[in-house]
Design a protein around this ligand. Structure first.
Ligand SMILES: [Ca+2]
Ligand SMILES: [Ca+2]
Length: 290
């Protein structure tokens, strides 16, 4: 008996509140967030922005996978701030605001039942520094072959491989087979990286063989090579596409409190049960705030 009356009260409250509140939304449409770059200093505008982190009048409004059609119960003029969200380390469960992109700001006028579409554009923040930027456009490659390697990164050109090179005129290629089955390369650029701020690695890649990476921390006593825990998984060799990954190096870098400089290494071994594998790389960047 008691539970029945509670149920009735709930129905009455629900009906009452429905009458009072008009739940007809306005619709905010965001298809994508674009990245605008200065190609000469920052490289092509390749990105893998997956989400919009939205603030409405400075209050967190939600994180939306793009493209998005978002119901908004506000009316009238409001301020929107949009931050570009990415999958950290390529993992869908780890979605973060990318700290090196600017935010997009705009004002919108919400009208019930009406769609309003916005076209956010972000860029690299002005104080972002590229501690490493290898785009394979000049003759020098920032990765040197480690003695364990039996193959190397080579530069391939868009005139020879127009269907493969996507950014600029060149990209890097590593080929592995049963005889030449190991590639390891490391930078020799003495990267100066901060131990309190965020550090990310961006890589554009297309690969039928997995490849792994991490940092090498150098100090007066020697060097520490961190395990190759960041892995770009192999794609189906018949359906390879260029992808981009954002790897968060912050913990690996900042845990090396005595490091005087850092390098990056790449490690690829022919995948099990394969007789051939190829890895294309481009726009390898290590980013920090100045
Ligand atoms: Ca390139
Ligand atoms: Ca280069």
């Amino acid at each position: 008996m008691k539970s029945k009356s509670v149920y009735l009260i709930l129905i009455v409250i629900t009906l009452f509140s429905c009458k009072k509140t008009d739940l007809t939304p306005a619709w905010l449409i965001i298809d994508e967030i674009q990245l605008q770059t200065d190609e000469g200093t920052e490289g092509p505008n390749s990105h893998a922005i997956t989400d919009a982190w939205i603030y409405l009048d400075n209050v967190p409004f939600g994180v939306y996978s793009l493209p998005a059609r978002i119901p908004v119960l506000e009316e009238g003029n409001h301020e929107l701030l949009i931050y570009a969200g990415i999958k950290e380390n390529g993992i869908s469960a780890t979605r973060v605001r990318y700290p090196f992109y600017t935010r997009y700001e705009t004002n919108v006028n919400f009208v019930k039942n009406q769609e309003i579409e916005i076209f956010p554009v972000v860029s690299y923040r002005p104080n972002v520094q590229f501690a490493l930027k290898e785009d394979f456009e000049d003759v020098g490659i920032d990765f040197q072959k480690d003695p364990v390697s039996d193959t190397n990164i080579v530069i391939i050109t868009s005139s020879m491989y127009p269907e493969i090179v996507k950014y600029g005129n060149n990209c890097g290629r590593i080929e592995l087979n049963e005889i030449d089955s190991i590639y390891k390369g490391f930078t020799t650029t003495n990267m100066n990286l901060p131990k309190i701020d965020e550090v990310y690695l961006e890589i554009d890649y297309m690969n039928s063989n997995s490849i792994a990476t991490n940092i090498i921390a150098k100090n007066a006593g020697g060097q520490a090579e961190h395990p190759p825990v960041f892995i770009l998984n192999a794609q189906d060799k018949d359906n390879m596409v260029w992808k981009k990954i954002y790897i968060n190096l912050t913990e690996d870098v900042s845990s090396e409190i005595n490091a005087t400089s850092y390098e990056l290494y790449l490690l690829a071994l022919l995948d099990p049960e394969q007789s051939y594998g190829v890895i294309y790389l481009d726009n390898i960047k290590v980013l920090r705030i100045e």
